[in-house]
Design a protein around this ligand. Structure first.
Ligand code: BGP
Length: 477
C-alpha cells in the first residue's frame, strides 16, 4: 500500500515532546526528596557512561519556567513528563511531601497557562530506595499497595487538571535490564526473579488503573511500552519461528497481560517447563482484566531482526552504551531466538536501526490486535550533536529521522490506526540512563557534558523545524 494522498492530522492531535524526572530534574536531594534507586546505583563504580548521574541532570527543577517558555515558543500541544515517586513520598509511603506536589503543580499550571496538555507518567523507573531496601521493591507484593497510595495521591491532587496519564513506563525494558541483564538497579541476573517481579508489576499496573477509574473518571490512562517490532531474518521456517518466539516473549508477554489480562500461550508453556513461570495466585488474572488500559503508549525507536538460535547458542547481551558504531553483539535466548543486523537498514552510532516503516508496522500490529487508541509516547534519535560558533546546532539527521517517523504515523492513521498524539523524545537534551550526556535527543541543546557545564539552553535546527510542523498541523513536514 503506497499512498499518494494523505489525510490531514486531526485538529486535536497532540504534537508533543517528552522527558523523565531523573533524566532532567536534578535537585536530587532538594525539596524534601528522598533517594531513588537510581541515585544510589549511578554512584556505584562502572555502572554508567563515565560515571554520569542525575544529581544535577539538566537542572529542570530550577528552570521549569524557562523550559516551559521554550515549549510555548515552539507551539507544543503536549508535554510528557514523569513524577518522581520519592519526591512525593521520600521513603515510598507514610507522610506525603507537600513540596514535591507543589513542584509538579507549578509545572502543570505553567503548561496549562500556555495551552500545553500535560501527559503525566506515574513511574519512570525512579523507585524510592527505601522500598528497595525494605522489601526488595518489585519483587514483593507489598509494592502494590504502596504504589497505589502514591498514584491515588496524584489522582486526587491533579485529576482535575491532567487528562492523559501513563502508568508504568517501559516495564519491559526497565525490568529486563534490572533482572536479566543486570544493567539497571538492582542489577540482578536471574530469569526466575525477572518473571516474578514482572508479574507483580502487572498487578500494580492493573491496580492503579482500576483506582484511576474512580478518581479520574474523565481521564485516559495506559502504560508506555517499549515496542521493538520483530522481523524474521529470512523466510526460512527456522527464522520465522524465531520471529514468532521473539514477538511473543519480548512483546506480547507484556501487551497481552496489559490488554487481555492473560499471558500468551506458547511462552507460558515454555516457562512452566523451564521452571521460570511467575506464580499466578487466585484473583491475579481477574485483577489484570479489571485494570486494562484506555490506550497504549508506544515508545518506538527501532525494529529488531531475529534468526534461529540453537540450544547452547547466543545468550542475552548488553547494549552499546558508548556510541561506537558496530559494537552491539547478537543477543538472544538459546533455543528461541537471537538478534541479527538487518542489512536493509541504516543504524545510528548506537547501532539502533532507523526504520520508519517499522513504526507504521508497530502501530498497525498493536491497533489490530488490541483495538485500542495509541499514543506515541517516545520516538527520537540519540546522536552526538555539536554546538558551533554563533550558537548553532545543526542536526539535519534528527530532522530526517523525525520527519520520516511522523510520516509513518500519518500512513498508519490512513491504515485505520487511532493515534492520539506523537511525543518526540526528548524536549531538551537530557541524561541518558547508561549513555551519559553525550547521547543527545533534544530539540533544545543543553550546554553540559559528563563533567558539567553552564546548562545554557540553545535551540537546535530541529527546534525550528518542529515548530513549523506543529504550526502547519503536520502539513509542513
Ligand atoms: C527509553 C526510555 C527513555 C529514554 C529512551 C532513550 O527506553 O524510556 O527514558 O532514555 O529510551 O534511550 P537511551 O537514553 O538509552 O538512548
Amino acid at each position: 500500500m503506497h499512498h499518494h494522498k494523505f489525510n490531514d492530522f486531526p485538529k486535536d492531535f497532540l504534537w508533543g515532546a517528552a522527558s523523565a524526572a531523573y533524566q532532567v530534574e536534578g535537585a536530587w536531594d532538594e525539596g524534601g526528596k528522598g533517594p531513588s534507586v537510581w541515585d544510589s546505583f549511578t554512584k556505584l563504580p562502572g555502572k554508567t557512561f563515565q560515571g554520569s548521574n542525575g544529581d544535577v541532570a539538566v537542572d529542570h527543577y530550577h528552570r521549569v519556567e524557562e523550559d516551559v517558555a521554550l515549549m510555548a515558543e515552539m507551539g507544543l500541544k503536549a508535554y510528557r513528563f514523569s513524577v518522581s515517586w520519592p519526591r512525593i513520598y521520600p521513603t515510598g509511603r507514610g507522610e506525603v511531601n507537600e513540596a514535591g506536589l507543589a513542584f509538579y503543580e507549578r509545572l502543570i499550571d505553567a503548561l496549562l497557562a500556555h495551552g500545553i496538555e500535560p501527559v503525566l507518567t506515574l513511574y519512570h523507573w525512579d523507585l524510592p530506595q527505601a522500598l528497595q531496601d525494605e522489601y526488595g521493591g518489585w519483587e514483593d507484593r507489598r509494592i502494590i499497595d504502596d504504589f497505589e497510595r502514591y498514584c491515588v495521591t496524584l489522582y486526587q491532587r491533579f485529576g482535575a487538571k491532567v487528562k492523559y496519564w501513563v502508568s508504568l513506563n517501559e516495564q519491559n525494558y526497565n525490568l529486563t535490564n534490572a533482572y536479566q541483564l543486570g544493567t539497571h538497579p538492582p542489577a540482578v541476573q536471574d530469569r526466575k526473579r525477572f518473571f516474578a517481579a514482572n508479574h507483580i508489576a502487572f498487578l500494580a499496573n492493573a491496580r492503579v488503573i482500576k483506582a484511576f477509574r474512580e478518581h479520574v473518571p474523565n481521564g485516559l490512562i495506559g502504560p508506555s511500552f517499549a515496542y521493538s517490532p520483530a522481523y524474521p531474518a529470512s523466510c526460512a521456517p527456522g527464522d520465522m519461528l524465531a520471529f514468532e518466539n521473539a514477538e511473543e516473549f519480548t512483546n506480547y508477554w507484556w501487551l497481552d497481560a496489559y490488554c487481555f489480562g492473560r499471558y500468551p500461550q506458547a511462552a507460558l508453556a515454555y516457562l512452566k517447563e523451564s521452571g521460570e513461570a511467575p506464580e499466578i495466585l487466585p484473583g491475579d488474572l481477574a485483577l489484570l482484566r479489571e485494570g486494562t488500559p484506555d490506550y497504549i503508549g508506544v515508545n518506538y525507536y527501532y525494529t529488531l531482526t531475529y534468526t534461529d538460535n540453537p540450544l547452547g547458542g547466543q545468550t542475552m547481551q548488553r547494549i552499546n552504551t558508548t556510541g561506537q558504531k558496530g559494537t552491539t553483539p547478537s543477543s538472544g535466548v538459546p533455543g528461541l531466538y537471537r538478534t541479527t543486523p538487518n542489512p536493509h537498514l541504516e543504524t545510528s552510532n548506537w547501532d539502533w536501526a532507523i526504520d520508519p516503516t517499522g513504526m507504521r508496522i508497530a502501530l498497525r500490529r498493536l491497533s489490530s490486535r488490541y483495538a485500542l487508541p495509541l499514543m506515541i509516547t517516545e520516538n527520537g534519535l540519540g546522536e552526538f550533536d555539536k554546538l558551533e560558533a554563533g550558537d548553532k546546532v545543526q542536526d539535519p539527521y534528527r530532522i530526517d529521522y523525525l520527519r520520516s517517523h511522523v510520516k509513518a504515523c500519518q500512513e498508519a492513521m490512513q491504515d485505520g490506526v487511532e493515534l492520539l498524539g506523537y511525543c518526540a523524545w526528548s524536549f531538551t537534551d537530557i541524561l541518558s540512563w547508561l549513555n551519559g550526556y553525550q547521547k543527545r535527543y533534544g530539540f533544545v541543546y543543553v550546554d553540559r557534558d559528563e563533567q558539567g557545564g553552564s546548562l545554557r539552553r540553545v535551540k537546535k535546527e530541529s527546534f525550528h523545524w518542529y515548530r513549523q510542523v506543529i504550526a502547519s498541523g503536520g502539513k509542513a513536514l
